[in-house]
Design a protein around this ligand. Sequence first.
Ligand SMILES: [Zn+2]
Length: 587
Amino acid sequence: MSIETSGRRRLGRVAGVAAAVLAAGALVAPAAAAAPSDTSPATSAGKATPVSVRVIGINDLHGNLQPPSGSSGRVTVGPKMTVDAGGAAYLATHVKQLEAQVHNSLLVSAGDNIGASPLPSALFHDEPTIEFLNDIGLDASVVGNHEFDEGYRELLRMQFGGCSPTDGCQFRPKFSGAKFPFLGANVFFTNGVPALLPFTVKVTGGVRVGIIGVTLHDLPSVVTPAAVAGLKFGDEVAAIDKTANLLDKFGIKTQIVVMHQGDETEPGSTPNSCNVNPGIGIQIARAASAKVDAFFTGHSHQQYNCMVMDPAGQPRPVIQGLSFGRLLSVVDLKINRSTRDVTRSATYAHNEIVTRDVVPDPKVAALVDLAVSKSASVGNKPVGSITADIVRAAPASGEEPLGDVIADAQLAATANSNGAQIAITNPGGVRADLTYAQSGSEGAGVVTYAEAFQVQPFANIMQTITLTGAQLKAVLEQQWQPQPGGTVTVRILQISSTLHYSWSSSAAIGSKISNITVAGVPVDPAAKYRVSVNNFLAAGGDGFTVFAAGTDLAGGLIDLDAFTAYLTAHPNLAPPTATGDRITVLP
Ligand SMILES: [Zn+2]
């Protein structure tokens, strides 16, 4: 028999029993009613029966309404074993199933619900994704960094509704906003006034559950400066502690944190493993107030299910469920009715795979279908025009015409805001050619949003770092990477018009680069240069580890937004005529 029960009914029964006892003049309460144990059977008096509350978490959905494809739509469940997962209509069914197994549940998100989204959501400023989250009954979400992609004002529109100031209401006749609160206990205006709600309180099973939201304190490093102008982001632990104490004063003893911060895992991690490289996520979960009973985390797009000790030596779960709606993080809490607090030893947490073998939720499926069909026409929106094909195929130097354009676009997007002098991008991030031939209903030479999206589909974030001249040379030398077995992997980075250099085909690896200039001036090894790269390279991706040593990191636009802005600002864009002049090959 389930010990979950409707709190209201049970409390009513307890009140009735108490009244009867008093009426009978009994001075000694029945033993069962006084039993402090929370493991008493459900037939004992209600006060002793724990309330079971299931909290279901999502994180980093990123507007993935359709089932994500490729490796983004798979979950590793064992050595060389994966399961296809994700898709809003399947997720909705899984949520309903998990909710149906219990009497009391809450649904929360650890952020990045929106932003960096596929076309069906992105084209409508993520309004379809907010509608989806409303439909599945999300109770609360913390703000991730991507909730700020289009700035604080747009975040307020996501919360309170209204049509886009630039594009109007293109998805539905009106947009009513989120029915759940966006939380951020460590998000302030620069004068110190809170810019978002720090917490929300939900009543379920007759108990109050405090939900505290905190986002990454270094959020400004992963968004464009304009998006967070006038805001500041405080320490996560300090914000949790302050909010937890406040909730405690209100008598709210059951507290959970939704946190847009998380850790990386070791290769081979599975949904319920805890192969975490303990990073900031685990550190926060260990250090923050012992009043918090569970942490739902995000941002790192990893799968883990860990227990850590709080400062009082009690265990509490720290859980994350990959990204794009592939996993649901489930934490089952047992709450003592007398103390209104969680019996930690009875907490059970697991990650549930959003498999695609369930019946898709019909209402959500209809919403997704509408977003997909409507996006086909909105995707034809012109964002620029070209006079001829601009392709990725490169001469011997490795300098690609389209690579030139993208690097120039990335420099243009970060020169004023971040003081960037050069931009460098990875060739693997340029995914398709821009073709002159008519593709859809638009005329020849017109570049549509959908076409630009095919070129830059990863929604990488632009970041500007400071490198010394010596580091700039070192990272260019990393274009040749010796591999085990004696082969060499060559990846020629794509560079803006402000950077020129030569490489030697005969020189040894590590000594190939010479004649580096920035804006026509020879590079001084000791001087500092502001360099814009995407967040993949900034983290040292593709073996370009020198980028990770960059300093003074400032965030920027999503790469696609930088690209479309450049195309719009340069109509009738011709392929760079002097392809090969930025990079010269020497014997
Ligand atoms: Zn994030």
